[in-house]
Structures are given as C-alpha cells and as structure tokens.
Design a binder for this molecule. Structure first.
Ligand SMILES: [Zn+2]
Length: 72
C-alpha cells in the first residue's frame, strides 16, 4: 500500500537523472512514480513524450557543453 502512503504524505522524489542544469528527472522513493521538470520549471508526470524531449535536450546540452570547453 505504498501509494496510499504517498497520497497521505505526498511523494518523496529523488533525482534519478540530470538532463540539463535546470531539468532533472525524479523518481518517488516510495511508489516509483517518475516526474520531470517541464519548460516552466514545474514537475510533470514523465510521459514517453517528455522522456523523448529530455533525451533530445540532454544530447543538445552535452554537445553544447563540449563545444564550450576550451580547445587545448
Ligand atoms: Zn510516491
């Protein structure tokens, strides 16, 4: 009855994945519900669509981060 616990006390999220500096994915340590930061900075349920967007953002972020590093 872990979901009942969450209904009463609220979900307890821990970061499961860092997508960019501002966008992260979270997973509830009690029921496993996954959420992500959306473009407005709110938490939204992690749908396959948002997951796809996050993967794209993650790749863009990594590429840009790499490109920004000084060339030795
Ligand atoms: Zn929960």
């Amino acid at each position: 009855m872990k979901k009942v616990f969450c209904n009463i006390f609220g979900h307890r999220y821990s970061v499961s994945k860092k997508v960019t500096q501002h966008i992260k994915e979270y997973e509830c340590i009690h029921c496993g519900r996954e959420v992500t930061t959306d473009v407005n900075g709110n938490l939204s349920a992690l749908t396959p669509e948002l997951q796809e967007i996050n993967r794209t953002l993650e790749n863009l972020f990594k590429k840009r981060h790499r490109a920004a590093e000084p060339v030795a």
